[in-house]
Structure formats: structure tokens, C-alpha cells
Write a protein that binds this ligand. Sequence first.
Ligand code: UFG
Length: 334
Amino acid sequence: MAILVLGGAGYIGSHTVDRLIEKGYDVAVVDNLVTGHRDAVNDKARFYQGDVRDADFMNNVFDQEDIEGVIHFVAFSIVPESMKDPLKYFDNNTAGMVKLLEVMHKHDVKKIVFSSTAATYGEPKQIPIKETDPQIPTNPYGESKLAMEKIMHWSDIAYGIKFVALRYFNVAGAKPDGSIGEDHHPETHLVPIILQVAAGEREQLQIFGDDYPTEDGTNIRDYVHVVDLADAHILALEYLKEGKDSNAFNLGSSTGFSNKQMLDAAREVTGKPIPAVMAPRRAGDPSTLVAASDKARTILGWAPQYDDVKEIIKTAWNWKQTHPQGYNDRGGKD
Ligand code: UFG
């Protein structure tokens, strides 16, 4: 039986497809290539280009494949964009989930691993954030994903579709051999932007806000390596295959790094000066996001290999140097 990876041509999706194949799974991928890259998808996966909101297309995929479980990555995920265009997020992300669950229900597929986010918590009352803490998003992206978690909850109760929601903190890095990595157009994430400056493609880094209530005034985030994150999806799938109940897990390192600390780490890894200036706060940014991730370690047996942010940046820098322009297909261009 196959695992269907929705959004398998994206950054985290492509690394998960790669790890699934390394572990001997049979994999089918659906991606509309709006932000994904065909070249990022492992050759051993069957590829279907289309949109999860297209019921005819999805029914066709489910008819052709003998699907055991679904891993869901198809979502827009840029916080500032969601502040400007919330309906884009509720349509693609939230409405897309309704459509997917309809098709899963129709085809009697009962397992889904879902890429949720720390953005569902909003501005946390306490650090580190626990799975049981209140979820009050501060931006439409987080709200769209929280709604998706709730839709899955009620679909579990009504139709018995079991889910694992994986709430990611900040993902960075690339496969260590440099064959796949992060390639967004436009790029908005801190680590790849810092590396674009290191590579001389951008003049300087803008640090969004130095007046937050943190030690150096800049935002604090919790960085996880993309391959560690990919492995957590496979563990979540195995958890569901063991017949266990729906659940939610934070995926983070439990250590926070400020934007300034990330810049310093990247300067050290790359040996480049990386000019930076302070800029105003970016709308929708919570001050500090750090995960309590012991639940994933205890229940899923997750054991992340990368606990040093410099090692994470090193793999991203390796990808950047071997693929200065990202993938050749220019997919994902806005
Ligand atoms: N930042 C800058 N300058 C830049 C880009 C980013 O200072 O040019 C700052 C941001 O303001 C923020 C930090 O770097 O303080 C990290 O920003 P990212 O855009 O890399 O990541 P976010 O924390 O906004 O969001 C990411 C994912 C979300 C997820 C969230 C959860 O994109 O999907 O982490 O922590 F929800």
C-alpha cells in the first residue's frame, strides 16, 4: 500500500518523501507546483500534478492508488502574506482540508499526518509552549491551521479518521548531501535570507524589530532540522498504523535562538561578514516561540539528530553553495 504525500514537492514535503523512500515505503505525491518544485521529488515516487481542492482530480488519484495513509503539507505558510490576504489562506488551507477529508472518507482512508504549526498558539503565556497550552493565533496563517486541526478532530469523531497534528516551530537546513533544500520565491524565512546575504545576492539582512521583551530585543525562535522534522512524520504515521488515537505534538528543539544569535551563528559558519540593519517589527510576529517537545520524544520516540543551530545552518549553506539559484525548474515562482 502507498503513502500519499500532499505537497511532496515543497520544502518539508520533499524531504519527507525522500526519507519515506529511504525507509522502503511506496510513495505517491500530489502537488500543484504553485510553490513546489518537480525536481525536488524523489524519482521513486509517483507524481500527480493537481490541486487538493479539485475533487475530480483527487478522486482519480485515490482510485488509482491503494492508499494506506496521507501526509498533508499542502498549505500556504507565510505569516506576513496571510496578514495581507487572509482569504487566500482560508481557501487553500482550511477549505482544502474539508475537500481532502471528503475524499478520504469516501475512499475509506483513515489516517492522516498533518503539518500544523507553532503559529496556532499565538503569543504564548509561558515558555516553553506545551501542547495543552491555549491556541489563540495572532495571524490568519495560524488561524487557518488551527481550524484545520479542529476540522480533523470532528472528522475523527464522526468518521473515525485518525490524525496526528505536528506543530512545527522553525524549520531550516537541507539534506546533508545537498541534493534537496529550501527554494521559495519570494523567500521570506530568516535562515535562507541570511544565506542570500552571505552569498552576495542581497545587500543586507533586515532584522525585524529590536524592541521585543527578549534579552537582545530581537525575536526568539526554536529551530529544527528539516530531516529531523521529516522523520517525525514517519514516526507519526507508524504511531497511527499501530492503531493509536489522534494526537498533537510539538516539534522543536526546546532551545530558543534570537534573530541576532542566528546572524552570529551564520557569520561563523559561512565566514562571511553578512551586513545587517535594524528594521521595524513585522506584522503578526510573536516575540518568543520555543517548544516543549518532550511529548514527541516520549510518545513517538522522536530523537532529533541536530541539536546545534550551526550544524543546521551548515547544511543550508551547503545546499545554497551547490544550488545558488535553487532548483532549475524555476517552479514556485510567484
Ligand atoms: N526575520 C527577520 N528578517 C528577515 C526575515 C525574518 O528579521 O528578513 C525574522 C522574523 O521577523 C522572525 C524570525 O526572523 O522574528 C523568523 O522569521 P521566519 O519568517 O523565518 O519564520 P516565522 O517565525 O515567521 O515563521 C515560521 C514559519 C511558520 C511557522 C512559524 C512558527 O514560516 O510557518 O515559523 O514558529 F508557523
